[in-house]
Each structure stands twice: as C-alpha cells, then as structure tokens.
Ligand binder design. Sequence first.
Ligand code: PEP
Ligand code: MN
Length: 340
Amino acid sequence: MVFVLKPGRSLEEIDLFVERIESRGFKTFLSIGTEHTVVCLIGNTASIDLDAVVQANDIVQYGKRVTEPYKAVNRTVHPEDTVVNAGSVPVGSGMFQVIAGPCSVESEEQIIEVARSVKASGATLLRGGAFKPRTSPYAFMGMREEGIRLLLMAKRETGLPVVTEVMNQTQLPLFEDIDVIQVGARNMQNFDLLREVGRYNKPVLLKRGLANTLEELLMSAEYIMSEGNSQVILCERGIRTFETSTRNTLDLSAIPLLKQKSHLPVIVDPSHAAGIRALVAPLARAAVAVGADGLMIETHNDPAQALCDGAQSLNLSQFSDLMEDLKRRIAFEGKQIGAV
Ligand code: PEP
Ligand code: MN
C-alpha cells in the first residue's frame, strides 16, 4: 500500500505521518521524488482502511494498494525515473550510457589499449571481468585481485568509470574503488550477495538470470533496495529458450515492460544475448529503439586471441563504427550520452 503525499509538506509533517503508520506495526519505505513524496507500507496491509487513512491525515493526497510483490522498485511507489550515478556518468531518465570492454581483463597492455580506444570511440564506462563465473572449472577464471588492479589502472589512465563483476561477498572489500558492481546472471538469485551489495553504497548492475522471469528480476532488485541501496541498474542479457542458433534469446519486450513496472534504468547486453559478433550491432540498435537506457558491449583488441567470449566480442574498429551509428540513434530518441 502506498500513500502519495500532497506537495510542499515539511519533513516534520512527513515524519509525523510515518511515525503514525509505523506505530500500527508496519515497516515503511519513503520515496522522495522531485514531484511526489510517497510513503510505502511493507507487510500485510489487508487490515488497513485506505479511505480512513486519507481522511484522517490531511498530508495525504491519495492512497493506493500495490498488488505486486515488489514495492521499492515499483513505479507506483516512485513514479519518476531513477537516475543511477555510475561514477561520473548518470544512467536513466534521458541519459544513455555505453559500457564497453573485454569479457575479462587479461593483461595491462590489453586493458589499457581497449580502454583508450573505446573512450576515443565514445564509450562512457569501461568493463572488464576480474572474477569470472565459468561453466567449466578448467576455463580461465580471471586475473582476480590483479585484474581489479589493472582495471583501476585503466580508470586512472582514461578517466572512465569502471564496471566489474563480484562473485561472492568476500570479494567486496576489493571493490572499494570500482564504480559499478556487477551481479552476474548466474548470481541473480544469490540472496546473501544481493543483501550484501544492498548494504554497500555503490551502484549495482543486476543482470537477469538465464531462466528468470521479469518478476524474479524485480524481486532480486527489491532485495538490494530493501537494504537501503537504491542505485540499481537492471540488465537484459538474453534468456534460455529452445532456440540454439544464438547463445541466448534477447528478450526485447523485457525493456519496455521493465520500464513500465519499475523506475529503475534498464540496459541491454547484446553480446551475451547473441554470442555471435555479427548480431551485436543489430541488437544494440534494437535496444536503443525499444527504450533502453544503455548498452554493455564486449570489445577486445584481438578477439581471436581472447581468453573468454572472443566469438561475441567486437574488435576496436567495429566498436568505433557501431558507436558512430548509435550516437545518431540515441540523439533521435531524444537522449544524451555521457555526463550532463
Ligand atoms: C559478463 O558480463 O561477462 C557475464 C559473465 O555476463 P552474464 O552474467 O550476463 O553471463
Ligand atoms: Mn563475457
């Protein structure tokens, strides 16, 4: 249940109303937007007479029952778009960002060359895996601590904010200077990890699980938000279907649906969705057209030699060509790329 408050009310009045509600045994979540302030009640609200609360409290404009199980991420609770500040760049509400870089950090030369090149092409964030979740225990697992160190070196060198994946909560102390913590598809329902990144004051890029519904994705975002971290970016990265000609199937309808249901920004990863280099550009264009707030594109200086996901990685000149094309399309959608 949510109560939308009348505009221009003081913090004291809001606190008083919240106290009154909480004294009835409910937990509340306060959402202060530029236009609306909303008090969301968590718990079984069946016993509450909505009209009676509206009548008894002059501060309340109207009340509404939220039937979905996700509350904090729900657009009903927070009607305005959330903008996530990923280091120096805002994501969402008209600000479109492109995250580029290799699947994994492989060497100083590799990450620095890729970082410089993607920045020159217009990427606004750098990615690079240090801890890699791999299907085979015999595959390259990432450079781990050393990978984080090299990624931070590339950040200092280019000024690009950096995104990298955390696989479990014990690794989090290493992420202090990382700008955006990625929770990968395989960890989307690792609830202890979600709670822990929720207690961390840093943006989280939450990828949709291989076989998870949109409601499950939103409930995972709810885990993070319920711990106090509202800086969550959702990422559609393809789901498992019966189709075997692509690595996954990009669920394009997820983007407008997620944006209707939630106020959180939504980005698309066409690389892991397709698994095929030639499909990355067309799917990236489609993502822009259906309203995504950003893209994550695997880019490598030498894809043929990549230690991970080479077949879906663009080389540096392919990425540069794609960016030229995307810049026009992003502007056509009325969005801006980069800092404000
Ligand atoms: C990645 O971004 O490198 C990755 C492993 O992605 P996902 O979790 O979507 O498979
Ligand atoms: Mn990858």
